[in-house]
Design a protein around this ligand. Sequence first.
Ligand code: KE4
Length: 430
Amino acid sequence: MNRDASIKAFEEAQRLIPGGVNSPVRAFKSVGGTPIFITEGEGAYLSDVDGNRYVDFVQSWGPLIFGHRDETIEKAVIEAVKHGLSFGAPTQAETDLAKLVVSFFDSIDKVRFVSSGTEAVMSAIRLARGFTGRDDIVKFTGCYHGHSDSLLVQAGSGAATFGNPSSPGVPADFTKHTLLATYNDIESVKKCFADSKDIACVIIEPIAGNMGLVPADKEFLAQLRELCDANGSLLIFDEVMSGFRASLYGAESITGVKPDILTLGKVIGGGMPVGAFGARAEIMAMLSPDGPVYQAGTLSGNPVAMAAGLASLTKLKQNAPVMAVLEARAKRLVEGMREAAKEYGIIMQTDVRGSMFGFFFNEKPVKNFADAAASDAQLFAKFHSGMLDEGYYFACSLYETGFISTAITDEMIESTIEATKRVFKAITNG
Ligand code: KE4
C-alpha cells in the first residue's frame, strides 16, 4: 500500500508539532511505521492522503458510534453553526443535553460540561476532595484518566502504595496524595485504606479500556463500593470511554454498583470536544458558583458541541436496540479473529462489552495491567501493520480498545475476519 504522501506529511508535521501529532498515541510509536494522515471519514471508512481507504475500528478513540459524517449529527452541527460558534453565556442546548445525560443514569442528578475527558476527571477529583475535605486519592495501575498532574502516577518502590510521577514535569509533591492499587485486586485497595485515613475518593474505569479492554469483576466493584462506604470516601466511575459504548445506562446498569461521581466524554460530544462529570445533588452543590469548589471553562457547554452531543445521544436513545446489534458484531469479530489466529497457532484473549472489543496476544486471561503487559507486543505490531495494509484501521497500541460503529456491517466484519487470516498466515509463514 502506497504511503508516500503520509510519510511526507509526517516529516513536515514533525518539524512543527512535537512528534508530529497532537496526542502521543497517534504517532504509531508502539507499532512502528508512519501514522496515516487522514483526509476524510465517511460512514465506516477513513481515507488517507495517498488515496487509501480503511474500515475504521478506532472512530476517533470512541466518540463516533454512528460512524463518520452521520447525517443527523452533521445536520445538527451545521444548523448550530448558523446561529454562532460560542457565546460564553448559558444556552438552552446545555440544559437540554444535561437533561438527556442525567436521564440515562440513576447515580446522577446534575452534570457539568467541560471540553475534554481530562478536564472532567480533574474536576471530579477536585470535587471529591472538596466534598470530603480529604486529600488522598486511589487509582489503579493501567487505568488512564487523562493527563492531569495527580493522575500521571506510576507504581512506587516495592509495596509502597503511594505513587511517583510517571512523567517529568510533575513534581513529586503533586502525586504524594495519589495511591496506586491493582485492578481486580481488592486486597490492594484495602492496603491503601490501611495506609491512609485521608482518602477522598477511589477512581476507576469500571470497564477499563486503556490497558486494552479489561472489565472489572462485578464482585470487585461491589467490594470497592463497600470499602468506600465504610471509609466515607467517594467512588468515581470514569466512563469517558465506556459511557454509551459498553451500555446506554452505564457500568452501574451492568454491575449493579453505583458510583458517587461519574465522568463522561467522547460519545456525548458526537465527535466534538465535550467532557462531563455528574453526581447526586448534594455533591454537585459543592461546585462553584453554588459552592466553594472552583471549576470553569471558556468553551464549556459550547453550543455547537452541545448540538453534536444532543444529536448523538438522542439518536442513541431513539435506537436503543442498536447496542445489541453492535455487541453481536463485536462478538462475531473477536470470535472470528480468535479462530483465525488459532489456525496459525496463535492464542488470543478477547473480550467485548457492548460496542467495545479488545484482544491480547496472550495465553492467559488478562485481569490487570501486569497481565496485559505480558502480551506479545511485537506480534501486535505485526498484526496492526498487516491489517493496515489490508485496509483495516485498528488502534495503534495493544493498550487501547476497538470499537464497532453502526456503519460497520456484517459483511465488513466477515471481510475483516478474512483479512486477519491472510495476516496471520503471512506473520507465521503459515
Ligand atoms: P481526553 O482528555 O483525551 O478527552 O480524555 C481523557 C480520558 C479520560 N478517561 C478515560 C477513561 C479515557 O479513555 C480518556 C482518553 N482516552 C484516550 C484513548 N485511550 C484518548 C486518546 C488519546 O489520548 O489521544
